[in-house]
Design a protein around this ligand. Structure first.
Ligand SMILES: O=P(O)(O)OC[C@H]1O[C@H](O)[C@H](O)[C@@H](O)[C@@H]1O
Length: 477
């Protein structure tokens, strides 16, 4: 029996949403929304719920099945991870966007925060590197610090054709062949679509271990399939707990009543905020462990909701610009803007009730009142007080904000958070009447890259790129 079936564990580890001033009457002054505002959307909400059901039945949202229906895949992942942990010192993800941000977010949340700096015997597993760019300096620098023979490269691409990932793959392929000869395939794992793209074909021809990204699971919704589960398992994260947390949240989000469904209520409030011109959604965790969750959320929210056309073809130009912030760090950088700048933001804080480790501030310098008040508290007290103070400052300035509270950071709560934000994003897409699962704006850029690099068959596209220089610009200054 896994833990999501245990009621005490569920309740104790359940994520909570504090609406701060998003809802009138809950707390604080006036800016938030009333029950009447929400109830006025009752028809829309019930249609959106119905549409979600239909899409799920049609297999368009199979990421919701991931916490429940992958027993064979999980077995394969766990066995592979166990074998790799006996010899692999570095596990390198080659991927970008949805094929990189989830592994990075989960790793940072659930493994040691200075993980990659620890000696192997203390870590009890390989270092994880997520190479999500084609910056030549960064790629070259990786090869300075890893021994390719003791490294496994996990090339991840849903489409199997993303230029950045394929370029990285080609570089690693050559490197491994040069260093390891014909045995190189054991250092390569491919995670991709069962049919689409070049990667699956190469993987099969070259004999790589392969994991499949299921149909109906788009890149930015793929953390809980082998995309995220394999790197997590290899690095010692309890993926069963991660999935149990997601399953638990998924069940809570089956609820049709908006007031009882955590994803629907957050979606509805965001939708109302967008209607009032709140075009920016800030995600601000008060823990370094969730720093990269803000990056993962940024892609999820931006690509899913930033759309020109509605489902019925009208030009709507909707979406909310996601902003990544970190508490307390960005209190000293961005919060001035949030409190006094334009009234165009909704801030979501990610708070933690119990930090996994505490550090006491010693009672020293008692004769200096300006700092002696800190002595005797813990850093956990300080960061929590600063989070509450920022919520208060925003409320006082009538700025919309809400808080998702994790009882503590563990695989079960992280699984919940992933599922909550994915369902919230999909449901917001329904409220906005747009397709939350495509990204036509990005495809255009991908095609333009092919054209600029002269990929055969894209000459026609190249012609379309009016005004784009075909050669590197001569910079004048
Ligand atoms: O996983 P891949 O097919 O390589 O795609 C990687 C990324 O490519 C594009 O930028 C898409 O807009 C993203 O949604 C996707 O996550």
């Amino acid at each position: 029996m896994n833990r999501y079936q245990q009621p005490h564990w569920q309740e104790e580890m359940k994520l909570k949403v504090d609406f701060n001033n998003m809802m009138k009457g809950f707390a604080g002054p006036v800016e938030g929304f009333s029950k009447e505002d929400i109830d006025a959307l009752a028809v829309k909400i019930s249609e959106a719920h119905q549409n979600m059901k239909e899409k799920r039945a049609a297999g368009e949202m199979d990421w919701r099945k991931l916490p429940f229906e992958q027993a064979d895949v999980i077995k394969d992942i766990l066995e592979t991870a166990q074998e790799l942990r006996t010899w692999c010192e570095n596990f390198v993800v080659l991927g970008i966007g949805g094929s990189a941000l989830g592994p990075l977010a989960v790793q940072t949340a659930l493994n040691h925060l200075h993980y990659n700096e620890l000696a192997t015997e203390k870590r009890g597993g390989p270092r994880l590197y997520v190479l999500d760019n084609v910056d030549p300096e960064r790629v070259a620098a990786l090869f300075d610090v890893i021994d390719p023979k003791k490294t496994v490269f996990n090339v991840i691409s849903k489409s199997g054709s993303t230029s950045e990932t394929m370029a990285q793959f080609m570089i690693v392929y050559q490197l491994l062949r040069d260093k390891l000869g014909n045995t190189y395939a054991k250092n390569m794992i491919a995670t991709t679509d069962a049919e689409k793209g070049n990667l699956i074909k190469i993987a099969q021809e070259e004999g790589y271990k392969t994991f499949i990204i299921p149909q109906g699971v788009g890149g930015r919704f793929s953390e809980l399939c082998p995309v995220g589960l394999l790197p997590a398992a290899v690095c010692g994260i309890d993926i069963t707990e991660l999935l149990a947390g997601a399953a638990y949240m998924d069940q809570l989000c089956e609820e049709a009543d908006v007031y009882r469904n955590p994803a629907y209520i957050r979606s509805t409030l965001q939708y109302l905020a967008m209607e009032r011109g709140k075009n920016v959604s800030v995600m601000m965790p008060y823990t370094d462990a969730l720093k990269y969750f803000a990056d993962w959320y940024a892609q999820l929210w931006a690509e899913s909701l930033g759309k020109r056309k509605s489902l019925t073809g009208e030009e709507v130009f909707v979406g909310q610009t996601p902003v990544k912030a970190l508490g307390t760090t960005d209190q000293h950088s961005q919060v001035q803007l949030y409190v006094e700048g334009p009234f165009d933001k909704v801030v979501t804080f990610l708070g933690v009730s119990r930090y996994r480790q505490e550090v006491a501030i010693p009672k020293v310098f008692n004769h200096i009142p300006g700092i002696s008040f800190l002595g005797g508290h813990s850093l956990g007290d300080l960061i929590t007080a600063e989070q509450m103070a920022t919520e208060y400052a925003l409320m006082k300035a009538h700025r919309l904000n809400m808080t998702i509270i994790l009882p503590e950071i563990n695989a079960f709560t992280i699984g919940q958070l992933i599922q909550l934000l994915e369902i919230e994003t999909a449901f917001t897409g329904e409220l906005l009447n747009i397709n939350a699962f495509d990204q036509p704006g990005v495809e255009e850029g991908k095609n333009a890259t092919y054209a600029l690099l002269g990929r055969p068959g894209y000459e026609a596209k190249k012609q379309e790129l009016e005004g784009r220089p075909e050669k590197k610009k001569e910079f004048i200054i």
